[in-house]
Design a protein. Structure first.
Ligand code: HEC
Length: 132
């Protein structure tokens, strides 16, 4: 391989990598595609997007707890927002978007916070199984 062709191969590889990362959904997109159908209008009594009074006590539970409980599902709130392919990171970012438009100020969770959320997800599932 010549230097030129190596560079070409490298740049096209990087091009694919950049295009690939653009496929990772933003919290706003995930919210619109997965959560808005219920949380936009308050279907089934879902806490409505932008309703600060409804969100305040939920936000007070903290990011780890609220994200984990929402991901596992709560009463009429389906697990993973009803999308079985939604990752914990994707769910968390959609929730950050919803919270930040409803009176809160959260940031996209880092690896440490994701680990804590995953731990709470397992604890929540174990607790729910015990009740059944
Ligand atoms: C099929 C409708 C539906 C969809 C889709 C949905 N939700 Fe919900 N969600 C609800 C309802 C209903 C509640 C209220 C549950 C209750 O308290 O009885 C709720 C509650 C919640 C709560 C509060 C949980 C708690 O601990 O009280 C969070 C957080 C949440 N949703 C996040 C999301 C996110 C993020 C998405 C999208 C990824 C999503 N929801 C998609 C219906 C939905």
């Amino acid at each position: 391989m010549t230097l030129k062709s190596t560079l070409f191969a490298l740049s096209s590889f990087l091009g694919i990598a950049i295009a690939g990362s653009a496929l990772a959904q933003s919290g706003e997109n995930t919210y619109k595609q997965v959560c808005a159908s219920c949380h936009g209008a308050g279907v089934l009594n879902a806490p409505k997007f932008g309703d600060k009074a409804k969100w305040a006590p939920l936000i007070a539970e903290g990011q780890v707890t609220l994200t984990a409980h929402g991901y596992v599902g709560v009463r009429a709130m389906p697990p993973k927002g009803g999308n079985p392919n939604l990752s914990i990171e994707g769910f968390a970012d959609a929730l950050v978007y919803m919270v930040n438009n409803s009176g809160g100020k959260w940031t996209s969770p880092n690896a440490q916070t994701i680990a804590a959320i995953n731990k709470e997800v397992e604890a929540r599932k174990a607790g729910l199984n015990k009740k059944q």
